[in-house]
Design a protein around this ligand. Structure first.
Ligand SMILES: *[C@@H]1O[C@H](CO)[C@@H](O)[C@H](O)[C@H]1NC(C)=O
Ligand SMILES: *[C@@H]1O[C@H](CO)[C@@H](O)[C@H](O)[C@H]1NC(C)=O
Ligand SMILES: *[C@@H]1O[C@H](CO)[C@@H](O)[C@H](O)[C@H]1NC(C)=O
Ligand SMILES: *[C@@H]1O[C@H](CO)[C@@H](O)[C@H](O)[C@H]1NC(C)=O
Ligand SMILES: *[C@@H]1O[C@H](CO)[C@@H](O)[C@H](O)[C@H]1NC(C)=O
Ligand SMILES: *[C@@H]1O[C@H](CO)[C@@H](O)[C@H](O)[C@H]1NC(C)=O
Ligand SMILES: [Zn+2]
Length: 610
């Protein structure tokens, strides 16, 4: 888009002409943008400003200039293998990490010990200030275990404790600024690697269903079992092991390496990650990190015969909408046609009858994930392939692709669609008394292209209609929309608002190195083992999203490069994360160490790229 203006400016014409042509250029630009924008709304069937007087779709079938699409990257671009110099010089350390039985056993002991310390957290847990002892009893032993198990880290690197139990470990790089005189823009930005210390609880009633007791950390030579083995003590322990291996290897970072471990991610990170993010922002400022890498996304997925590594480059948003209804109540021998429970039920019914529409645009990492599948799958139906590959060019293809994903599975549906789930309802106290207050909570996960407000307004529109029909008042976020009537009034509000995350760029060197290193670790190292399930297979690295949220929601200001990715061979569903029999393939754990061992060296050798 900028090219158009620059070209007209560079013409060596007399000033007046230049002004005229510039004005013409701007005019063309405006018209071009307008048409591009119309086509955009048309292809993706977005509810645009034309919703009220929808123009005939067929009118826009002409193909206008291709100037905007020439900027788009090739479909599912894969990058060169990326690895540090040390690998070419001597690959024995990284191969040891992956394949040496002694290293494997020592590593299993470290992770097993971590699983054996229960760090389970509960929704009604207090704040740290309210009950410091509660937290100390739980996380004190875990901290002591880490100190004992990773002496190199705790004796040689800077360790900061944030809000009592958050841990921030800094391995200061020589290029981080202290002794640098070249000016701040040449300093290497630090990298931030995250994990969390807490785990979700065990339901006592399911204890007898576990193959091995959840806090025994049993390692059977192939798999390691227990709560936290997959989510995500494996990542936390793997990062510490990596740093120790690098230290022993004689590595001296030029780019600072920072590890940050919260302790209440499973509760939303209010006590851990939120404080750590505040600390890091105060210390380093906005946009101060090379990249942030956290758990999440799907490490690897096998779909339509394509083996995918899926670093999460986006995250859906979230909000809870609280629908309350106050009514006069009274004796139930003289009831109105509809009680408050009946009226709130009408709202619930209206919502469930009007699910959100799927949206499939290149803004959503899922779009690129499925274009990769279309590009590389040997088995996917050729019509669906065509539609996926043309979903940004043709309205019909976009629609077909959307419908296919919508019907394929609930999981794929909700990668491209906002959700609604009525998760709580309360009201009514006695069989002969009319309910005076009824409340329902609607939980939403918000599609990448949507927003908290759009989602809220979707619900509000239904409530508005029902309020009007039954002559009820309506208050939305403390603002009166319809005055309360003698029948009562709705009060609607939202809590826990989280917008969809900014999408991490998947062009440029930061992505190239990250994805190239993943390919290298799998194709050139892990899968060279003839015993590996995926021996000789190609790994396609594609951006993805998970349908849940991680602690990264507090880190948006620190960098635009946020990756939610943990190397490994199973999806979190296959690992039974949060469920009975949580476990990992131990190979996956070693792949975490091998990946970070290389990646941290690799980015030590490179610039900031931005
Ligand atoms: C590679 O490194 C290992 C461990 O440091 C060492 O034992 C070995 O001799 C090295 N190999 C070569 C070819 O230099
Ligand atoms: C490791 O290095 C050795 C010696 O250079 C080489 O023969 C071998 O193929 C390498 N292995 C891998 C997996 O790169
Ligand atoms: C890291 O970068 C510094 C500075 O370029 C260099 O001296 C050092 O050898 C690098 N370390 C590794 C392991 O690449
Ligand atoms: C950091 O970024 C946020 C959001 O972009 C902005 O509101 C804030 O003012 C910035 N803070 C500083 C210190 O630049
Ligand atoms: C609405 O009012 C309540 C009670 O006064 C207050 O706690 C809440 O923050 C208000 N909400 C908004 C969105 O203004
Ligand atoms: C980014 O910075 C702004 C301004 O300081 C702040 O209001 C906002 O909450 C920050 N974003 C996140 C995700 O922390
Ligand atoms: Zn987790």
């Amino acid at each position: 888009m900028n090219n158009l203006l620059r070209k007209s400016e560079s013409l060596q014409t007399p000033t007046t002409w230049r002004r005229v042509s510039k004005a013409g250029g701007i005019g063309l630009f405006v018209i071009g943008t307008f048409i591009a924008w119309l086509i955009y709304y048309d292809i993706y069937a977005l509810p645009g400003p034309f919703d009220t007087f929808r123009y005939p779709h067929s009118g826009l079938a002409f193909s206008c200039s291709s100037s905007s699409s020439s900027l788009t990257a090739p479909v599912c671009q894969q990058y060169e293998y990326a690895f540090p110099k040390s690998y070419r010089e001597n690959n024995s350390t990284v191969l040891n990490i992956l394949f040496d039985p002694v290293f494997r056993d020592q590593s299993a002991k470290k992770l097993s010990g971590a699983v054996q310390i229960a760090t389970d957290v509960y929704d009604d847990d207090p704040t740290v200030d309210a009950d410091p002892q509660y937290w100390k009893v739980k996380f004190g032993p875990f901290y002591n275990y880490l100190r004992k198990t990773f002496p190199i880290v705790f004796e040689n690197l800077q360790v900061e404790i944030i809000n009592s139990h958050g841990i921030v470990i800094t391995w200061e790089g020589s290029g981080s600024g202290d002794h640098d005189t070249r000016g701040s823009n040449e300093l290497l930005k630090p990298i931030l690697l995250m994990a969390h210390q807490d785990v979700v609880p065990i339901q006592q009633s399911t204890l007898n269903q576990w193959t091995h007791p959840p806090y025994d950390g049993v390692y059977d030579g192939d798999r390691l079992w227990g709560r936290g083995s997959s989510d995500c003590k494996n990542l936390l322990i793997g990062l510490l092991e990596t740093v120790e291996e690098l230290y022993k290897f004689g590595f001296q970072p030029k780019r600072s390496i920072i590890l940050a471990f919260g302790f209440d991610e499973e509760l939303g990170g209010e006590r851990g990650a939120r404080y750590i993010a505040k600390h890091l922002t105060a210390k380093y400022g906005n946009d101060s990190f090379y990249a942030v890498v956290d758990e999440g996304g799907q490490s690897i997925a096998y779909e339509n015969d394509v083996l995918l590594a899926l670093p999460g480059t986006g995250e859906k948003g979230m909000t809870d909408v609280i629908v309350g209804l106050h009514t006069p109540g009274g004796h139930s021998s003289v009831p109105p046609d509809h009680t408050a429970i009946g009226l709130v039920s009408k709202v619930i019914d209206a919502l469930e009858e009007d699910p959100f529409d799927p949206i499939f645009t290149p803004k959503n990492p899922t779009f690129h994930e499925y274009q990769c599948i279309a590009q590389y799958s040997p088995s996917l139906n050729k019509h669906i392939k065509w539609d996926l590959l043309h979903a940004d060019k043709s309205k019909n293809s976009n629609k077909a692709a959307r419908n296919w994903l919508y019907r394929k599975s609930l999981l794929s549906r909700y990668l491209i669609t906002s959700t609604q789930a009525i998760d709580v309802i309360s009201g009514g106290v006695k069989s002969n008394a009319l309910p005076e207050y009824v409340e329902a909570v609607v939980n939403h996960r918000i599609a990448i292209e949507s927003s908290v407000d759009a989602t809220y307004n979707h619900d509000l529109a239904h409530i508005r209609r029902i309020a009007k029909k039954y002559n009820l008042g309506l208050e939305s976020e403390n603002k009166t929309i319809y005055a309360a009537t003698s029948n009562g009034k709705f009060t609607v509000r939202k809590t826990s608002e989280l917008e969809p995350a900014p999408t991490t760029p998947t062009t440029g060197r930061v992505w190239e190195l990250f994805s190239g290193n993943i390919r290298h670790v799998y194709e050139q190292l892990a899968f060279t083992d003839p015993n590996s399930e995926y021996h000789g297979k190609r790994v396609i690295v594609a951006p993805g999203i998970a349908t849940g949220n991680t602690d990264t929601k507090y880190y948006w200001n620190l960098t635009k490069n946020i990756f939610r990715y943990r190397p490994g061979l199973m999806t979190s569903v296959e690992s039974h994360a949060h469920g009975v029999d949580e476990h990992i393939l131990f190979d996956s754990h070693l792949q975490i160490i091998a990946f970070y061992f290389e990646y941290l060296q690799l980015i030590n050798e490179t610039e900031n790229f931005d």
